[in-house]
Design a protein around this ligand. Structure first.
Ligand code: SAH
Ligand code: SF4
Ligand code: F3S
Length: 439
């Protein structure tokens, strides 16, 4: 068979980005090639997300667009929509999807594609596995400064609003040794930053090793400059973890700590397993041990039964914690979840909009305030790219807190760690000037 050309596009979270790199490694070892344009492809793969209704809409819109650009390519849907919608996807005549493969089916992709080509039949594989971690596959990554390393997959938390436990199945962790080996190789390949990934990254458990043991082992790897991890669940954020972060230089003092809601009643209905008070206490504990910590979050507004008072609780937590930034979403019903079955989506679209606008405005003020506090400080920045929207010569990177830093012209290289003096701030970015000569 002639070499098949694959075009692949990724939607959704970093886990999907990391999975796409696994898919590429699997396909490359079976002699597939990758192309950058849809027009040139024999097979179009979409690695999809179904976390909210508009994530689905985005993918459907894109499928129609692709059909206009390339009428002959085979179309395959991977990822969370495949396990959520299953055969409904291939049976929908309007979509013209040829095959689907869920998040645990990627090793079968070469055979699936060949079978669909040869037999001219549609095919779906979306069974979830309790064991698949892909630890034996070395992902095919883009050259860059950051490498994603998935250490566990799946989710056992069943937050009542969330589709992820259904699309990605049960939690399972890779062996500690396989994670360390992969990261040693990445450091040898020149990666400066590693981001450990998992739907619940800190519930990592392999034999007797927990997340803190793993993080310690990763932090010991020589030459590794920066370690991050996403997303931890507040319930598993142990004191040992905070202490390790404080002690180890190469573990970044930045945490993405999803709040979801500030009201204890809403949190209970969401099955988040912590109260408003417990979340605030955790944050206080973290801030006490690591005063320079940068905390980001995810929040859902308008969950079933959320009253004005409940929403005020969210505002209160946001103001008390002073997150550096927050991703804020309107609640979107996901069919099959506990909330879809048991609760009523009774907050009107209008009220959801009002709440998201208000919360975004408050968060923007806090982000700006926090960023302005940076002015005058010198931050270590890992350079990610040259050129910004406004200037071809400016550099762009991230400081330890994962804040976006733009700084002016200088003789640097991508992947270098440089000192930058912060001089300006907006809610989304801080700006400054490189200042190596100060040291
Ligand atoms: N595993 C991660 C991320 C899950 S999905 C975690 O637990 O943090 C990313 C975010 O999408 C969630 O944190 C949540 O804020 C949001 N989200 C999930 N389901 C949603 C839904 N049904 N409606 C709106 N937002 C949702
Ligand atoms: Fe979804 Fe909750 Fe699991 Fe995160 S922890 S993936 S929000 S069920
Ligand atoms: Fe979306 Fe699946 Fe990630 S639903 S957010 S791609 S785990």
């Amino acid at each position: 068979m002639a070499v098949m050309k694959i075009y692949i596009r990724t939607f959704g979270c970093q886990m999907n980005e990391a999975d796409t790199e696994i898919v590429k490694a699997v396909l490359k070892s079976h002699n597939f090639e990758f192309v950058e344009e849809v027009e040139a492809a024999d097979v179009v793969l979409l690695n999809t997300c179904s976390v909210r209704e508009n994530a689905n809409r985005k993918v459907f819109g894109y499928i129609h667009e692709i059909k206009r650009i390339n009428k002959t390519a085979l179309m395959g849907v991977l990822g969370c929509m495949a396990s959520d919608l299953k055969n409904n996807l291939i049976q929908d005549p309007k979509l013209k999807i040829d095959f689907i493969a869920g998040p645990d089916s990627y090793k079968k992709l070469p055979q699936i594609i060949e079978q669909v080509m040869e037999k001219d039949e549609k095919y779906g594989h979306f069974d979830l596995s309790e064991f698949e971690t892909y630890e034996d596959i070395y992902p095919l990554r883009k050259q860059g400064v950051n490498a994603w390393v998935a250490i566990m997959r799946g989710c056992n938390n069943f937050c009542s609003y969330c589709i992820v436990p259904y699309t990605r199945g049960r939690e399972r962790s890779r062996s500690l040794q396989s994670v360390v080996r992969e990261i040693e190789q990445l450091v040898a390949d020149g990666y400066k930053q590693i981001t450990l990934l998992g739907q619940n990254v800190n519930s990592y458990k392999y034999e007797d090793y927990n997340f803190v043991d793993l993080l310690k082992a990763v932090s010991d790897i020589k030459g590794l400059k920066r370690i991050r991890f996403v997303s931890p669940h507040p319930k598993d954020f142990s004191l040992d973890l905070i202490k390790l972060m404080a002690k180890r230089e190469n573990i970044c003092n930045a945490i993405h700590l999803p709040l979801q809601a500030g009201s204890t009643q809403v949190l209970k209905r969401m099955n988040r397993t912590y109260t408003k008070q417990e979340y605030l206490e955790l944050v206080n504990k973290i801030k006490k041990i690591i005063p320079e910590i940068v905390i980001n979050t995810d929040i859902i507004v308008g969950f079933c039964g959320e009253t004005e008072e409940d929403f005020e609780d969210t505002l209160e937590v946001v103001k008390k914690v002073e997150f550096d930034s927050a991703y804020i979403f309107k609640y979107s019903v996901r069919s099959g979840t506990f909330a879809a079955k048991k609760y009523v989506d009774d907050v009107s679209e209008e009220v959801k909009t009002r709440r998201i606008v208000k919360l975004n405005a408050i968060q923007k003020r806090i982000s700006l305030k926090k960023h302005k506090e940076q002015i005058g400080s010198i931050e270590e920045v890992l350079i990610e790219r040259k050129g910004t929207k406004k200037s071809k010569t400016d550099w762009q990177g991230r400081d330890e807190g994962n804040r976006l830093v733009i700084f002016s012209d200088g003789n640097y290289n991508i992947g270098e760690l440089v000192k930058v003096k912060i001089e300006e701030a907006t809610a989304n970015v801080v700006k400054g000037e490189g200042c190596e000569d100060i040291f």
